[in-house]
Design a protein around this ligand. Structure first.
Ligand code: FAD
Length: 496
């Protein structure tokens, strides 16, 4: 997608003059190496920034550090030149903002390119220590290469992202180790002033327990470096799942009453969807349940029987035997993911549209049917109103349920983009009215979502702001991320 012709490239931060920007970049090049600083002056190959102009959230440059020390240099440089920086691990935060920065003209600190080492895998404690550029695929392959067959990892639907990036965005997977933040142990963080800290046992010189005990002594700081702009995480410890003795996927369909009468012009009619479904192994159904059981075969068989008996009490439920499914059926992709094997299958959703792009509506509920239905109906109302197809999925966590609605739209069509944006805004608003909040959201919607967590006159956000202003007095690190604006930007028209 070509840039509009009247924009001077690269875009520079608001309030900056071009000579000052050029001086800042020269200084950065002398610190990190000219070859490791790239100006963002080439045509964009994506243009999905909803109703805004493409240039609105575009960075000015990208810098590729190779070590924690270089990240410290970058942070000190950003303070000296008062230039906004935005750290990414691999920038594959698809559906939530990708590699974009919230503030136009920011310099992206891309940690993944040159900091991609698996620093340690301990086969006895079942733990590892990783740099930001280690993807789920890379970790999986390294474990296989070292022959640690007894170690499993947990993967999200797409295995190409960074383990560290996903974990500090509080991403989730599907095995019992699916809550990635809960399964981390220890971080190394560069604070916005350039100070480096290690959390948990990492603060104790000479320790060998950084990855086995997450807390150390005193307040537990790790949480404030997730979904925030309080520091740049340069290392993370993760716990690995000991092989439980195998796993096995299963699939069951549910034929619920349909109440989806209204059919918009762009939506595929529900009747047609059911016609197509009836020609597939899932048959004519409204919901498909994919799950996995863990353990040796004998115990898996017992668990499967209990689950099957319970599901079959629901009228119309159909247990689909695995051996009736073709080898390339989606169930087998789910089965792999649920046993920690990275996959890319989920990207096929994009084929729903020409120029397919997607954004997620990701509210959390208790794992109760009635709550899921409330959220499902909110999503349905807005998808009908905005003429979009809806792809809801309910993923059960420990006690919570993620009701993930993947909205696929045509990013080449301004009307489709505008509808996607309107639909997201509407769903967030209605969900909050009904008492539900999102666990994660797209960069552009973070102000709206953050504002829904407003109990006691926004006390929580004011607390975040005090931390931000203390740790980052010049407001250089990821201003606006997760709705947290530093003093320099706050209430000056940046909030969306
Ligand atoms: P990054 O993009 O590198 O990081 C995410 C954000 O965290 C960055 O924007 C930045 O703000 C911050 N950040 C990253 N690194 C640092 C750092 N070192 N210091 C400070 N801040 C940092 N996600 C899931 O969790 N589970 C799923 O099952 C899942 N399924 C998906 C299915 C589809 C079809 C799609 C399109 C996406 C899915 N996602 C899912 C979302 C996304 O693809 C993953 O979460 C992905 O792992 C995130 O990209 P990343 O790991 O490269 O993180």
């Amino acid at each position: 997608v070509p840039r509009s012709s009247n924009v001077e490239l690269p875009v520079i931060p608001s309030g900056y003059s071009r000579p000052r920007f050029n001086r800042a970049i020269e200084s950065l090049q002398s610190l990190i190496g000219t070859e490791n600083v790239e100006l963002n002056d080439k045509p964009l190959d994506d243009g999905w920034y909803l109703e805004l102009e493409q240039e609105e959230m575009v960075s000015s440059a990208t810098v590729y550090p190779s070590s924690t020390e270089e990240v410290v240099h970058i942070v000190r440089w950003a303070n000296e030149f008062e230039i906004p920086i935005y750290a990414i691990s691999m920038g594959r935060n698809l559906g939530y903002g990708g590699a974009a920065a919230r503030v136009r003209g920011s310099v992206i600190v891309d940690l993944g390119k040159r900091m991609a080492k698996v620093l340690d895998i301990n086969p006895d404690t079942c733990t590892c220590l990783l740099e930001p550029g280690v993807s789920f695929y890379a970790l999986y392959e390294e474990i296989q290469r070292r022959g640690y067959d007894h170690l499993w990892i947990d993967v999200p639907d797409l295995g190409g992202g960074s383990v560290l990036g996903n974990t500090i965005d509080r991403g989730v997977g599907y095995t019992p180790y699916g809550n990635h933040f809960e399964c981390h142990s220890g971080m190394e963080v560069v604070l916005p002033t350039g100070e480096v800290i290690r959390t948990g046992m990492g603060a104790l010189p000479g320790n060998n327990t950084w990855q086995v005990f997450p807390y150390g002594y005193g307040p537990y700081a790790d949480g404030i470096f997730t979904q925030s702009n309080f520091g740049i995480v340069t290392k993370i410890g993760m716990t690995l799942m000991p092989d439980p003795g195998g796993s096995e996927g299963f699939m069951c369909t549910f034929k619920e009453e349909e109440d989806l009468a209204q059919i918009g012009k762009g939506q595929v009619p529900i009747k047609r969807l059911r016609e197509i479904a009836s020609t597939l192994p899932c048959g004519d159904c409204s919901w498909v349940y994919y799950g996995s059981v863990y353990g040796p075969k004998k115990s898996r068989d017992k668990k499967l029987k209990v689950i099957r008996d319970a599901f079959e009490t629901v009228p119309g439920a159909r247990w689909i035997p695995r051996d009736s499914l073709p080898k390339d059926h989606y169930m087998f992709s789910r089965e792999k993911i649920a046993s920690g094997v990275p996959e890319f299958e989920e990207l096929r959703w994009l084929n729903w549209h020409k120029n397919g792009s997607h954004v997620f509506f990701s509210p959390v509920s208790a794992p109760r049917g009635e709550d899921a239905m409330k959220l499902f109906n909110i999503a349905k109302k807005w998808h009908d109103e905005c003429d979009l197809d809806s792809f809801p999925a309910c993923c059960i966590g420990l006690r919570e349920m993620y009701v993930i609605v993947n909205m696929v739209y045509d990013r080449g069509d301004p009307a489709s983009k505008a509808n996607a944006y309107r639909c997201m805004r509407g769903m967030i608003k209605d969900a909050a009215k009904a008492g539900f909040g999102e666990y994660r959201t797209h960069l552009l919607l973070s102000d709206q979502v953050a504002a829904t967590y407003s109990w006691n006159n926004n006390a929580l956000m004011r607390f975040h702001e005090s931390i931000k202003d203390t740790l980052d007095p010049n407001g250089i690190l990821a201003p606006g991320r997760n709705g947290i604006w530093p003093k320099k930007y706050r209430n000056k028209g940046w909030e969306l």
